[in-house]
Design a protein around this ligand. Structure first.
Ligand code: NAD
Length: 254
């Protein structure tokens, strides 16, 4: 991707203190974007923004809990105040806190996952789209998962939340296509990030099995998801909208 791709563009990345979000924020900045780095984790988010600035890029950290309406409203307003507009948004913040079959899960876990993964993406899109309509267009990419395309045993609530992200992505793409807003989802397979490190720590025996579910024979890297998010946000994907791009080493092919 050439440096022209995002030169001067104002880009927001949520969940950018860690993993996929951090890799994407750094990549957008390398391609010339002005990046608003957002997360609930202020230390990690500030670190991502500082890394971008140390490399000569432009970044600001804005703390927001994506499940809180006032936070998300202030986040989008903060990006516009700083950069004048919002060209691209990568709604990537998410949690995976569930490791039991459906009948063993509790209500608090259901509410927490849905609040962050579903309400969070909805709130982000709501305020981003409002801004993009006012400025005449924009691009949104939401992080779903292969668990948004197929079932995910021991993660039924997470799978429901990611299927919801896919449903919102498709619907909003249809609603706002004519207004110049493209909206897509990226669906990662199992990716080596702090989220996955925690899962492997819990059950070290599962590490090999996790590799094996991908016909490519390994786990994915955060950078490989960032690459897909950048492509979907770029003008190279100008006729792509309402799509769920599996970046999964072939996991959903079999
Ligand atoms: P990660 O835990 O490394 O990063 C997630 C980030 O989101 C963290 O920095 C965390 O602080 C932030 N976050 C959590 N709750 C938040 C909230 N309420 N508001 C704002 N920020 C919040 O995980 P990751 O693997 O980089 O995951 C990023 C996204 O990718 C998530 O949506 C996840 O569901 C999805 N995903 C990950 C994998 C994988 O295998 N790692 C696979 C498929 C999908």
């Amino acid at each position: 991707m050439s440096a022209i791709a995002f030169d001067g563009k104002a880009v927001l990345v949520t969940g950018a203190a860690s993993g996929i979000g951090r890799a994407a924020a750094l990549s957008f900045a390398r391609e010339g974007a002005r990046v608003a780095v957002s997360d609930v984790d202020a230390a990690g988010g500030e670190e991502t923004a500082a890394t971008i600035r140390q490399a000569g890029g432009e970044a600001v950290f804005i703390r927001a809990d994506v499940s809180k309406s006032l936070d998300v409203q202030a986040l989008v307003a903060g990006v516009v105040e700083r950069y004048g507009r919002l060209d691209c948004a990568f709604n990537n913040a998410g949690i995976e806190i569930e490791h039991r079959p459906l009948a063993e899960a509790d209500e608090a876990t259901f509410d927490r996952i849905m609040n962050v993964n579903v309400k969070g993406v909805w709130l982000c899109m709501k305020y981003e789209i409002t801004q993009m309509l006012a400025q005449g267009g924009g691009v949104i990419v939401n992080t779903a998962s292969v668990a948004g395309l197929v079932g995910a045993p021991t993660q039924p609530i997470y799978a429901a939340s990611k299927h919801a992200v896919v449903g919102m992505t498709r619907t909003a793409a249809a609603e706002y296509g004519r207004a110049g807003i493209r909206i897509n989802a990226v669906c990662p397979g199992i990716i080596r990030t702090p989220m996955m490190d925690r899962a492997i720590e819990r059950e070290p025996r599962r590490a090999k099995a996790m590799e094996k579910v991908h016909p490519i024979g390994r786990l994915g890297e955060a950078q490989e998801i960032a690459n897909a998010a950048l492509w979907l946000c770029s003008d190279s994907a100008s006729f792509v909208t309402g799509h769920q791009l599996a970046v999964d080493g072939g996991l959903t092919a079999i």
